[in-house]
Design a protein around this ligand. Structure first.
Ligand code: ATP
Length: 228
């Protein structure tokens, strides 16, 4: 069966994941997990969403995730990892999470629409609370701001960014530029244009218009991205 991707190689079997809620966020997450080789069970109350993703996921089912009986029947209690991608319906999100705890799911990921929603999910014992809109807004601000092409926050103070090499760097190696000492950040990878990224070494010489992947404290990254 083409959709069963579990046997990607003899040495690695990806963990099956149940994704509850196949809205824009849940469906994108489910499809990416499937592409990564996980078996994915997609659950949604809306049968149109279920039909839409049925050909693309290992299994899809129309069901109400607030019902413990329905979830047990589907074997959700046997999944090690479950993602609750319900945001707008706060009650459904909270009831689903508390039911998943009750039936003994080991690792729960859940989407939150607000800080207070996130706090409740944490209090209920959700292992990973995700704020997709907030996180994406923060990330895009760095591109809109103009100095960074992409940006991922690793934690409160540390991030990774994609930026264009400053003209003053061109023709010099990373050793010559002493970027870590001068700017307090590390160049992780470089690419001509925005394709074929290569891990950076001390001998990497920066070419004109190259893209750099840089990691470091957020304030230092901002300063580095503005160097001309
Ligand atoms: P997104 O921004 O991801 O598109 P959305 O706007 O579709 O989300 P959400 O409330 O976050 O709205 O719901 C995500 C999905 O969860 C929807 O497809 C919805 O049908 C489904 N859903 C809501 N309640 C339940 C429930 N009790 N059981 C199963 N699925 C549910």
């Amino acid at each position: 069966m083409a959709k069963r991707l579990r046997t990607m190689g003899p040495e690695r079997i990806e963990t099956p994941v149940a994704v509850i809620g196949l809205g824009r966020f849940g469906s994108a997450l489910a499809l990416e997990l499937q592409a990564l080789g996980h078996e994915v069970l997609g659950i949604d109350l809306d049968s149109e969403h279920v039909q839409q993703y049925a050909p693309l996921l290992t299994r899809t089912v129309t069901a109400d995730s607030t019902s413990a009986d329905a979830m047990r029947e589907l074997g959700v209690d046997t999944f090690e990892r479950v993602v609750v991608a319900i945001g707008v319906d706060l009650e459904a999100s909270i009831l689903t999470v508390s039911m998943l705890k009750e039936i003994g799911v080991a690792e729960i990921w859940a989407k939150a629409m607000s800080d207070s929603h996130g706090r409740i999910l944490t209090q209920l014992g959700v292992d990973h609370v995700i704020f997709p809109e907030k996180d994406m807004g923060k990330r895009i601000a760095h591109s809109v701001g103009g100095d960074q092409l992409d940006y991922i926050e690793i934690d409160e103070g540390f991030a990774m960014a994609k930026t264009i090499a400053a003209p003053s760097f061109v023709g010099k190696s990373l050793t010559e530029l002493a970027i870590r000492r001068e700017y307090g950040v590390i160049v992780v990878a470089t690419a001509e244009g925005d394709v074929n990224y290569m891990p950076a070494t001390p001998d990497t010489v920066i070419g004109e218009g190259e893209c750099l992947i840089v990691a470091g404290p957020k304030d230092k990254l901002e300063t580095f991205s503005r160097v001309q």
